[in-house]
Design a protein. Structure first.
Length: 256
């Protein structure tokens, strides 16, 4: 089918499902934020209501993603047979990119929590609900439908940057927008190299799992504020001040 064929899909026809999915998901998240604003400020009074709202939001998210992605065979492709070198490349790139981007984001974001109103669910439930569920659905949406549709009408580099930008903007955090943008670029690259979504899902799963464990205090996010404040401060000459008494000639001069 050539581009002059009147039956050929236009770029608008190709991109319309992916863009409608992104708009629908962001509208659902906006409604969730509005509902959260109406909850009582005391987390003890609103904990389970907040989790219920998030559960409804994730259910709507899943319905939208599956409705748009499942009809597209290329977008829903999780595993495509590849050579051993491709698997090794995806593991190395995904692992290194995850470590670097997590470290970068931790320098910017400080204390972090999934749900400010949320109750503490059992760890296994939070891992399934937040880490696995969100990772699979977001990869189906961004590196599945969005990236594959954008690649059909845009150069590869522009398509990677566009889906990464939409991914970063959707998280509504301007401070950590750049790390999330490069996260989208890295997972998009893995999608192109592997031909399927499996390395993207694994990288996203590792990212989300780290933050769930960080929220529970099960992993270290770097020196605490108290430990940083207790460190000796450098002097004007670049050394560190010491509390030890002066000795020798300098001490005698000081006593004079």
């Amino acid at each position: 089918m050539t581009s002059s064929d009147p039956a050929a899909p236009t770029p608008a026809d190709i991109l319309r499902p992916a863009l409608w999915l992104w708009i629908g998901v962001e509208l659902a998240r906006g409604l969730l934020a509005q509902a959260h604003a109406l909850l009582p400020p005391d987390p003890a009074e609103s904990a389970w209501a907040a989790w219920l709202l998030h559960g409804v939001n994730e259910l709507v998210f899943a319905i939208l993603v599956l409705a748009f992605v499942l009809p597209d065979r290329e977008a829903r492709s999780i595993w495509v047979p590849v050579g051993r070198r491709v698997v090794e490349q995806c593991v190395v790139v995904g692992g290194c990119a995850t470590a670097l981007l997590v470290a970068w984001q931790q320098l910017l974001s400080g204390p972090w929590s999934w749900f400010r109103h949320g109750a503490q669910l059992p760890l296994w439930a939070e891992l399934v609900y937040v880490a696995v569920f969100a990772a699979v659905l977001e990869e189906l949406m961004y590196r599945g439908l969005l990236l594959q549709r954008l690649r059909r009408v845009l150069p590869l580099g522009v398509a990677l940057a566009t889906q990464a930008m939409l991914f970063a903007v959707a998280h509504l955090d301007t401070v950590t927008m750049l790390p999330k943008f490069f996260f989208g670029v890295a997972t998009g690259y893995l999608r192109v190299v592997a031909g399927g979504l499996w390395p993207c899902v694994l990288m996203h799963l590792g990212w989300n799992t780290f933050y769930v464990l960080l929220d529970r205090g099960l992993v270290c996010s770097g020196p605490s504020a108290e430990r940083r404040a207790a460190r000796p401060r450098p002097t004007a000459t670049g050394g560190r001040r010491s509390a030890r008494p002066r000795r020798g000639r300098r001490a005698r001069r000081a006593r004079r």
